[in-house]
Design a protein around this ligand. Structure first.
Ligand code: NAD
Length: 278
């Protein structure tokens, strides 16, 4: 069996087109402010790409530099929360020193938080209530459904338990009646846990962590992790090792990544729609 390398580009294009169509139907041009550390070239390049892609989804995305110190940044975020011309606010990583991700989400407010980090949005997800979840977790679910089908009853191992990927993803999988187990850096025998799974989603940033020894024959692997080495972008999955044993592996970085961006833009549209009088 040859392992399929799954690209997320087609699905991402469809989600962008759907967001654009819905925005046009509703007569809305959503607005989003993205804050970044202007001295970080990587963050600047990422934001410029996001800006270009946002145009394709009919979203006006403006990039701003973080204010000078944490207190000023929280005030900056609160001002954007109170600005009626702004539908959504995103704080790009790395956050400036002294700025806490949850405190930043609190300053942005639940309504304009499109990363699912505000305790109200995260709480709704935890309770299985309708709400807005983290885009990377949404994208991982989309990949898992595209490759596996209906997730009800599927055994899914999530590797990584961060607030932006592993935790929200676990809740979204439970909402789909999957049986979920979660591994992390302190898990004693990760391979024993992941070998039980039909689907392994890995979001650690540890290049090559998931090998043939970690998976069952025919498993589906969703590779969320991104790390860089010698100018190369690497995922969490050791592709050479799992070749012929995994049914499919998502491409890193063009598997989950583009769908994450598309889900983020869909979330931005969602906030914009909910803020307009119906
Ligand atoms: P994080 O550092 O906040 O969390 C990493 C998680 O991995 C932690 O729960 C940690 O316990 C676990 N972990 C670390 N080493 C491990 C090991 N050896 N074995 C098992 N678990 C281990 O990172 P994050 O923000 O959740 O991001 C995770 C990865 O996903 C990063 O590589 C990041 O770049 C990538 N990412 C990708 C996308 C995308 O769209 N493709 C989006 C967001 C993040």
């Amino acid at each position: 069996m040859q392992t399929r390398i799954f690209s997320g580009l087609d699905i991402a294009r469809d989600v962008h087109a759907e967001t654009l169509r819905r925005a046009q139907d509703a007569g809305i041009r959503p607005t989003c402010r993205v804050l970044l550390d202007a001295s970080n070239a990587g963050a600047r390049a990422y934001a410029t790409r996001q800006q270009e892609m946002a145009e394709q989804a009919g979203i006006a995305l403006t990039v701003l530099a973080y204010a000078s110190d944490p207190l000023a940044i929280y005030r900056q975020l609160a001002a954007l929360r109170d600005d009626p011309a702004v539908d959504a606010v995103i704080t790009l990583y790395p956050l400036p020193q002294g700025v806490d991700a949850i405190a930043a989400a609190l300053a942005i407010g639940a309504e304009k938080d499109v990363d699912g980090l505000h305790p109200m949005n995260a709480g709704n997800l935890l309770l299985g209530a309708p709400g807005r979840g983290a885009a990377t977790a949404q994208a991982s679910v989309i990949c898992a459904e595209a490759l596996f089908g209906n997730l009800a009853g599927a055994k899914v191992a999530v590797v990584g338990a961060s607030p932006v990927v592993g935790r929200p993803l676990t809740m979204m999988l439970l909402d789909r009646n999957a049986t979920v187990s979660v591994g992390h850096a302190a898990t004693r025998d990760l391979a024993a846990l992941t070998r039980q799974a039909d689907i392994v989603v890995s979001a650690t940033g540890v290049a090559g962590l998931i090998t043939a020894d970690h998976i069952a024959q025919g498993a589906i692997l969703i590779d969320v992790g991104i790390s860089r080495s010698n100018g190369q972008i690497l995922g969490d999955v050791d592709l050479a090792s799992v070749e012929g044993k995994a049914t499919a592996v998502t491409h890193a970085p063009d598997g989950v990544g583009p769908i994450t961006t598309a889900c983020l833009f869909r979330n931005i549209f969602g906030t914009a729609l909910s803020r307009r009088p119906q």
